[in-house]
Ligand binder design. Structure first.
Ligand code: SF4
Ligand code: SF4
Length: 89
């Protein structure tokens, strides 16, 4: 794997984008969606989505792609940056 590839992929087990942002669409177990900063009920103990590949997974989750400017170098940076973006919008 090239360095570029290593730097441009989602980190399995990060899950920051399943915690920091608000999600307005219904999620199984969270029918009104999810407030910002609240852990999605579908995020498992390894910070992986239980609905991966499941049609009930909200479309917005499919669209959240890895973006280094948001995801940063580690999970803490991702949580900080996504929270800051959420508060700014
Ligand atoms: S915040 Fe970025 S790196 Fe973390 S799980 Fe989401 S897309 Fe992947
Ligand atoms: S449904 Fe899955 S991808 Fe979407 S926020 Fe919840 S854990 Fe994350």
């Amino acid at each position: 794997m090239s360095l570029q590839t290593a730097l441009s992929a989602c980190r399995p087990g990060c899950g920051a984008c399943c915690i920091a942002p608000s999600i307005s669409s219904a999620i199984p177990g969270m029918p009104d969606g999810k407030p910002a900063g609240v852990r999605c009920v579908q995020l498992d103990e390894n910070n992986l989505c239980r609905l991966f590949g499941d049609p009930r997974r909200p479309a917005v989750c499919e669209r959240f792609g890895y973006d280094h400017s948001l995801c940063g170098d580690d999970r803490e940076q991702a949580l900080e940056r996504i929270t800051a973006l959420e508060q700014a919008t």
